[in-house]
Design a protein around this ligand. Structure first.
Ligand SMILES: Cc1cc2nc3c(=O)[nH]c(=O)nc-3n(C[C@H](O)[C@H](O)[C@H](O)COP(=O)(O)O)c2cc1C
Length: 219
């Protein structure tokens, strides 16, 4: 059997992929993000729209969890969740988030810092209506992030909610909806040989909020 400690210490992967340069990237980081997302889809990366959302809790502890991205447009990134969950409380309290996209097959990651606000209710309604019925009932059934007695308690709730909405459309719960994460900065990271990776950081131009400055960071 392999020794996990040995694998962790010895595993090395030489990144042979093409580089990333200031002259080649799009001046708009959302367009650049879209290019990399499209590359991830084309490369068959698993769940290419999964990202790690990090928030800071009321005691100052960073908290991270995966979410699925549901939209990316000129405003920013949109994801959906329970508004009473731990993450939503933290997004509401701080108004801030960090997002991390990782496409390991391409040796790429993108870090984003963003402000957080709820999307308009109509957008949450539209997205909720597009979800499979089981997910809709699941949203009603789960007091996300709260301790519950056991699995049977959850399954009972699902049965109750299924009975409540039998023969009817499942409406969006007021406690469930979207967050719009508006980017403040991006860092595109491309793995390169000998750990001499490429890192390009976009920050908002101080004189023109619609424009971005790009800087190369040392790996
Ligand atoms: C790949 C993946 C995608 C996920 N997508 C979502 C999502 O879109 N929305 C969501 O509420 N939870 C999603 N989850 C579950 C969250 O990671 C997390 O467990 C849950 O939202 C509760 O987080 P919180 O207690 O920090 O609020 C996902 C988990 C994984 C592993």
């Amino acid at each position: 059997m392999s020794d996990p400690a040995d694998i962790l210490a010895r595993h090395r992967f030489e990144y042979e992929t093409a580089g990333l340069d200031v002259g080649e990237v799009d001046p708009d980081p959302m367009t650049q993000w879209r290019r990399w997302f499209d590359d991830a889809v084309a490369a068959g990366c698993t769940e290419p729209n999964a990202f790690v959302l990090s928030t800071v809790d009321e005691d100052g502890w960073p908290q991270s969890r995966y979410l699925l991205l549901r939209a990316a447009d000129e405003r920013g990134f949109t994801c959906f969740t329970n508004y009473d969950s731990a993450k939503s409380r933290e997004l509401a309290d701080t108004g801030r988030a960090s997002m991390l996209f990782t496409w390991l097959q391409l040796h790429r990651q993108v870090r984003v810092t963003a402000t957080a606000e709820r999307v308009p209710d109509a957008e949450s309604d539209d997205y909720f209506a597009s979800r499979p019925r089981g997910s809709q009932v699941g949203a009603w059934s789960s007091p996300q992030s709260q301790p519950i007695p056991d699995r049977a308690w959850l399954e009972d709730r699902v049965q109750q909610m299924t009975a409540t909405f039998v023969d009817a459309d499942v409406p969006r719960p007021a406690f469930w909806g979207g967050w719009l994460l508006r980017p403040e900065s991006f860092e595109f990271w491309q793995g390169r040989p000998s750990r001499l990776h490429d890192r390009l950081r976009y920050t908002r131009d101080q004189r023109d909020a619609a424009a971005w400055q790009v800087a190369r960071l040392s790996p």
